[in-house]
Design a protein around this ligand. Structure first.
Ligand code: FYN
Ligand code: ADP
Ligand code: MG
Length: 576
């Protein structure tokens, strides 16, 4: 927005300022949405962005705005934008930025900050904090812009850092003074940078591709593992073609579910333990050998050193991080998968029939074992009854985005609810973090325009629950189902001293979460049976009205920490 300035010497000049240069730079680079919590010194930045046609989604807590930006980055392959106030707001957003970096989601956290001179002398400014220094070790890159004429380059650098190579979080420090700085409008316009090719393709050399295929060809019991990097890459058709042409069973990591429909005949999701144990050559596509894959070694993986790994990843330093990688293929997944497909030629032989049938039999028996439990209409509900109902709903509406967090609610939903399309399952990711629920749900609705079903443990919901006001305010098609079992993991713990305080894992019994939604004008439903749950969710998805279903789960159902209770240290002296 140019203003007339008559105060400077000579001719009157059109002026612009830091606020408008930032917005112009963002718009020039195709950004449409900012996730934020307004306040000093960035309130006007949000206002002006809205005035200039950007969508400015205002949250109740910065961590949720940050989580929204992070998942927007995952869904769109462009950095999600989060805008916060200084020190405390910045710190609230920082958790989401660190989590985004850990998960390889591109996002930019822009925070207002107080004056450098005062901060550096620690003179006690309003919300004083050396934010740049604090952000640096927790994200992929951190920059500060001090001069209006550097805004173009600063934003360009932030974009490139977030999306090139392994994606991640970037911090951009915006001192209050910068926002008000003026410069000539024409010079300002020329200083902006439109980023060309922000995430250049990284094409693998022929040799690593040939090495990988040689290893795969010689395998007796090959396995493909698809990770969320593969989902992020948006190379859906190529990945499906590679899996199908190879004939190899594949295991989807949680957020890679749906890259191929979970009902695909090559899916080994329901034979997870077996394929990890017995495979001899494993090809990871955008998946890391971190804790979620037991670091590629130990009991879960069968005899030591019996496996050979192929890893496709954009990050060369990922190779050998946990286990030896016999055939590293470094490049972007789209290019790597295309190169593999081409080099496979037309005469690719399917893996040995005994292996395929062994995996299929295990899948069949696990699926058959689970099936009857998913039909139960028990009151109070158990996880299988409630999730069986939601599984049928997603089957009928495969374009619904499923957001999922909790412990038992997460673990049961991951294996029970089949996903049919890429990037339709968003969850706690690499850290197993609680609190992503409402931020992810808001951004999923906004970025995809599809209905969102958020399946939340009652504890998990509490971390971001206040954002149901945000969901109602923007009238988003989000249906939240709170799996209410009166506590963390389950609701049955007691205080061993007999004192008045309840056990630390226990909540108020029979909490009426649905009334929270009603308080903001949304629809609240109290559901005690799978049939009631089905009716409520179907109605919510049909109407698109913000809805919260309080799903009453047996407080005895569930186990400590879901399926990862083994990670809890055990005391040798105390008994639970
Ligand atoms: C999977 N399974 C199925 C199906 N899908 N059986 C029948 N039908 C279907 N559709 C089987 C699968 O083969 C496994 O059995 C079992 O169900 C569990 O499958 P899952 O969930 O894929 O495997 P598992 O072992 O739980 O995976 C390990 C994990 C996972 C670490 C990747 O637990 C995970 O992502 N955890 C994240 C937890 C987290 O972040 N929690 C938040 C913190 S909670 P078998 O093959 O017989 O073993 C804080 O307390
Ligand atoms: P999961 O938890 O599903 O196994 P991870 O987050 O551990 O997935 O792994 C994702 C991997 O994907 C990371 O190592 C990351 O470097 C990689 N990755 C992300 N995007 C791309 C891409 N476009 N091309 C290649 N690798 C990618
Ligand atoms: Mg609970």
């Amino acid at each position: 927005m140019a203003e007339q300035n008559t105060a400077t010497e000579g001719e009157p000049q059109d002026l612009t300022d830091g606020f408008h240069l930032i917005i112009d730079a963002l718009k020039l680079n195709g950004f449409e949405t900012i996730y934020t919590v307004p306040g000093i010194p960035i309130t006007d930045l949000g206002r002006f962005a809205q005035a200039k046609g950007m969508r400015v989604i205002s949250f109740r807590h910065e961590q949720n705005a940050g989580n929204a930006a992070a998942i927007a980055g995952f869904l769109s392959k462009k950095p999600g934008l989060c805008l916060t106030v200084s020190a405390p707001g910045f710190l609230n957003g920082l958790t989401a930025l660190a989590n985004a970096t850990t998960n390889c989601f591109p996002m930019i956290l822009m925070s207002g900050s107080s004056e450098r001179e005062t901060v550096d002398l620690q003179q006690g400014d309003y919300e004083e904090m050396d934010q740049l220094a604090i952000a640096k070790p927790l994200c992929k890159a951190a920059f500060r812009i001090l001069h209006a004429e550097d805004i173009g380059c600063g934003i360009a650098r932030a974009i490139r850092a977030a999306v090139s190579g392994r994606p991640g979080g970037v911090y951009l420090d915006l001192p209050a003074k910068l926002l008000g700085q003026t410069m000539g409008a024409e010079a300002g316009r020329k200083s902006l940078v439109k980023v060309i090719d922000p995430a250049p393709r990284q094409i693998p050399a022929a040799e690593p591709v040939a090495r990988a295929l040689d290893l795969l060809k010689g395998a007796k019991r090959p396995l493909i593992i698809l990770g969320k990097g593969a989902a992020y890459a948006q190379a859906d058709a190529e990945i499906r073609a590679l899996v199908e042409k190879s004939g190899i069973p594949y295991l989807p990591m949680s957020m890679a579910k749906g890259l191929l429909p979970d009902t695909h005949p090559q899916s080994a999701a329901a034979a997870r333990s077996l394929v990890l144990q017995k495979s001899d050559v494993v090809m990871m596509i955008g998946a890391r050998l971190n804790w979620l894959l037991s670091h590629g070694k130990g009991k879960a993986w069968g005899p030591p050193h019996a496996k050979r790994f192929i890893q496709i990843d954009i990050e060369p330093k990922e190779m050998d991080s946990n286990s030896e990688i016999a055939a590293p293929v470094v490049g972007d997944i789209g290019s790597c998968v295309s190169a593999l497909l081409e080099a496979m030629g037309d005469k690719w032989k399917a893996p040995p029939a005994e292996w395929i049938s062994e995996v299929k039999e295990k899948v069949k028996s696990n699926v058959e074992r689970m099936a009857p439990r998913l039909q139960n209409n028990n009151v109070p509900m158990d996880y299988h009854g409630a999730l069986g109902a939601l599984r049928r709903i997603i089957k009928d509406r495969p374009d619904t985005v499923l957001v999922n967090e909790g412990a038992n609610t997460l673990d049961f939903a991951r294996s029970i609810i089949d996903i049919y399309q890429p990037r339709k399952r968003l969850d706690v990711g690499t850290w197993g973090v609680m609190g992503i629920g409402m931020g992810f749900a808001v951004a999923a609705a906004i970025e995809t325009g599809k209905p969102v079903l958020a399946v939340e443990g009652d504890s998990a919901f509490g971390f971001s629950g206040m954002e149901i006001e945000t969901i109602c305010r923007y009238n988003l098609p989000v249906c939240i189902v709170v799996f209410n079992n009166n506590g963390i993991y389950r609701g049955t713990d007691v205080n061993p001293t007999g004192g008045a305080d309840v056990a630390p894992t226990v909540f108020v019994k029979d909490s009426r979460y649905e009334k929270m939604m009603e308080a903001f004008g949304g629809v609240g439903v109290y559901a005690t049976s799978p049939d009631e749950l089905t009716r409520a969710v179907v109605e919510a998805l049909d109407s698109g009205k913000p809805t919260l279903v309080n799903a009453i789960i047996d407080e005895k159902a569930g186990t400590e920490s879901g399926r990862i209770g083994n990670l809890n240290p055990q005391s040798v002296v105390a008994k639970k």
